[in-house]
Each structure stands twice: as C-alpha cells, then as structure tokens.
Design a protein around this ligand. Structure first.
Ligand code: NAD
Ligand code: ZN
Length: 368
C-alpha cells in the first residue's frame, strides 16, 4: 500500500496511529478522497463502499472520481441511530457474497459516525475480518468516530452493545466534504472538538475561544486547524492506549452524562455532540463542586460550550432519571461510575466514588 512518505509533511497533516492490532495513518487533507484509490492495497479483491444514499448524493461524485481505477460497488445503509443495528449488516454481507466478495475484499466506510461504526463492524465480522478504510464525512466522525478502531451497532436495550475493535488501513479526512454538512450537525461536531481542547489541548481551547467566528463560518484555515488538532490528539491517545483501560477514558469527558441524556430521550431529541455538550457542563460543575476546578476555568469552559450552542431545549427532563441512567452506563466498572472531570484547561482527572448528591446537583445545573 502506498503509505504516504515524505510528501505529507509538505502538504497537510498525517498522524500515525500505532496499536497492537495495526498501524495506520489518519490524513487530514483537502481533496484527499479524490486520491482514495492510492489507499486500496494493490492485491485487494473487490472494494465495497458502504455509505448512505444522502451522503452519496452530496459527496459520492468526488469519491467515485477517486476510485475510478478500482473495481468497486456502492452499498447503502439506511442511516439513522434507530437503524444502527445488526440486521442491515446481515443484508449487506449477503449482498457482498452475491457480488463476489471474499476474504480479499475491502470495505470503505463513507459517511458519518453511524456509517463508520457500522461499516467498520461489517468489515470486522465479514468472513472473520477484512480490512476497512475509514472515510468519515461528518465533523464528529472526522475527529472522533472515524479514528481509533471502535466499531459496532446498538441493541434494543442500549447503544453500541455489540461491537469490536477493528483498526482501519487508513483514515482519509477530507475537510471539503464538510461543506454540505447541515449546520446543526456541524455544531454538534464542534462540541467534540471543544472536548479535545478541555481534556488535553489548551492551545486548541484558546483557538476555539478566540477564533469562534471563523470556526462557525467554516473558514478553511480554521476548520483545518481544529480538525487536525483533534485528530492528532485522538491518534496520540489511541496509540498510547488502544483499549480504553486508562488514558483512553479521558475521551469520555461529558459522555457518561451525555449517554444518559441520549438514552433518557430515546436518541431522538439530541445529536450525540449536543448530549456531550450537556455532559461537559455537568462534568464542569462536578469538577468545581468537588474542588478540582477553579471558578475562573469553570467560567471559561462554560462560555466556550455556550459559544457553539445553543444546546436544544432540555425542558421536561428530570435530573433523577438521568442519575438513574448513569448507573446503567456500560462504562461503569463493577458498579462504580467513573467521571472524567476537568481540573484545568487541558487537563482532566478520572474519579469514582463521588457523593450522589453532588452528581445530582451537577445534572440539575446542566439541565438548567
Ligand atoms: N467509534 C467511535 O469511537 C465513536 C465516537 C463517537 C461517536 N460514535 C458514533 O457516531 C454516531 C454519530 O455519528 P454522526 O454524528 O456523524 O451522525 P450520522 O452518522 O448520523 O451523520 C449525521 C447526518 O449527517 C449526514 N451526513 C453525513 N455526512 C454528510 C455530509 N458530508 N454532507 C451532508 N450530510 C452528511 C448523515 O447522512 C446523517 O443524516 C453515533 O452512533 C455514535 O455512537 C462513534
Ligand atoms: Zn463522542
């Protein structure tokens, strides 16, 4: 595979992820999907592009140009969190076999986080595992879902409960595709970037504060900068800790609370990034009330979250019900709920055993 050599250093950023299960590059480059064929291994059999009809309509032509020389077939997933289930993957796998798919086939997942999670999982289980190339097309998927190898689908009783770690061959991150992203999806993705700033990237945090108008206007330089910083951060964390045992948990800032909110509202009221914004408000409050975070830093974090808002109305949601959901979070290890709490701009701590009254207060604060 023509893994980029020196050229990427003079173009746009490429970050290496190294794990026990594979090493690859996540490349942030405008127009890179026009060169997608370069990332398909020379000896590969049939390439299956997994996408959704709407993503293909918006951005398929550019990818198709990049795959001109490669025999490929486009397969559609239905899209939507309610369809992030095993059943559509079984249908796609049947179609792949009928279309001549075998162990030499490769999947290219082209879409938002739902497609990268599902396409990645399809590759992980098709004939016991074939390679996947991730080509994320939402801001959230570019900075988060597309990188790191976590794949999976939902069960009736909970999100992402079936899945696998399946590291990709490469992640191709093309900021051009974000041009057609709806405003609400763009903002939801920005909150994951705010998260990156809070947990590990103070410079990114300050850039997001200082250049918020450029970021919101999707100015090219600003988008590239914040995407590249977030991707670099995620690649570093995944390289240091592939399987979410310790360091990788910092990526869950806002997610324990956020998942509870998503579950409580049946995944219909909030986008993932919006739920994370809510969750980061709660985590910020808990950081402050447990004496970890200064009032000054708390104010900065709140202001930045608000700058990329507003979060849709949280009316009618009971704090007690969110608290009850937290206990069921699958990330709770043997009953203890772990919280990622900010301690300053760019640093967090993982804490368990927090007094329930303080947790309830934090939820109440985030809901208000
Ligand atoms: N694996 C991980 O590490 C990880 C991390 C975070 C989130 N996730 C998962 O990601 C999913 C959410 O992903 P998402 O927010 O990208 O949602 P999504 O995949 O539903 O995409 C959002 C919407 O945008 C459309 N879209 C995508 N790209 C577009 C483009 N370029 N132009 C116009 N429209 C476009 C999609 O068709 C969809 O309607 C969740 O299921 C979540 O669990 C996974
Ligand atoms: Zn997330």
């Amino acid at each position: 595979m023509p893994i980029p050599g020196a050229w990427y250093k003079v173009r746009m950023p490429s970050f290496r992820v190294e794990t026990a299960h594979g090493s690859y590059h996540a490349i942030v480059e405008r127009g890179i999907i026009g060169r997608a064929a370069e990332f398909v291994p020379a000896r590969a059999g049939k390439l299956f592009v997994v996408s959704t009809e709407d993503v293909w309509q918006h951005q398929g032509a550019a990818l198709a140009r990049g795959l001109r020389e490669v025999a490929h077939e486009v397969l559609y997933l239905p899209g939507g969190e309610e369809n992030k289930r095993l059943a559509p993957l079984e249908s796609l796998a049947e179609r792949m076999v009928l279309a001549g798919g075998d162990r030499s086939s490769v999947v290219l997942a082209f879409g938002g986080g739902i497609v990268t999670d599902m396409g990645g999982f399809l590759a992980a289980i098709f004939m016991r595992g074939i390679p996947v190339i991730q080509v994320p097309t939402t801001l959230l998927a570019q900075v988060d879902a597309g990188v790191g190898g976590k794949t999976g689908v939902n069960l009736e009783c909970g999100k992402n409960l079936i899945g696998s770690f399946h590291q990709p061959l490469a992640v191709l991150i093309d900021p051009n595709v974000l041009e057609t992203l709806p405003e609400r999806e763009y903002r939801a993705g920005l909150w994951e970037i705010v998260k990156a700033g809070i947990i590990r990237e103070p410079d990114l945090f300050h850039y997001l504060s200082d250049r918020s108008s450029a970021v919101l206007a999707r100015e090219a330089d600003a988008v590239e900068r914040i995407v590249a910083d977030s991707v670099r951060m995620k690649c570093e964390v995944v390289t240091a800790d592939e399987r979410e045992s310790d360091l990788r948990r910092i990526l869950n800032l806002g997610h324990t609370f956020g998942h509870a909110l998503e579950a409580e509202t049946a995944y219909t009221r909030f986008l993932h990034g919006e739920a994370v914004a809510f969750g980061m408000r709660a985590a910020m409050r808990l950081g402050e009330t447990t004496g970890r975070l200064s009032a000054g830093n708390a104010g900065q974090i709140l202001a930045l979250i608000a700058r990329y808002g507003p979060i849709p109305s949280l009316q009618g949601i009971a704090a007690e019900r969110i608290l009850a959901r937290l206990v069921h979070d699958k990330k709770a290890v043997r009953g203890a709920v772990h919280f990622v709490l900010p301690v300053s701009i760019g640093a967090v701590e993982i804490v368990s055993g927090i007094d329930e009254a303080l947790v309830l207060d934090a939820i109440g604060f985030a809901l208000s």
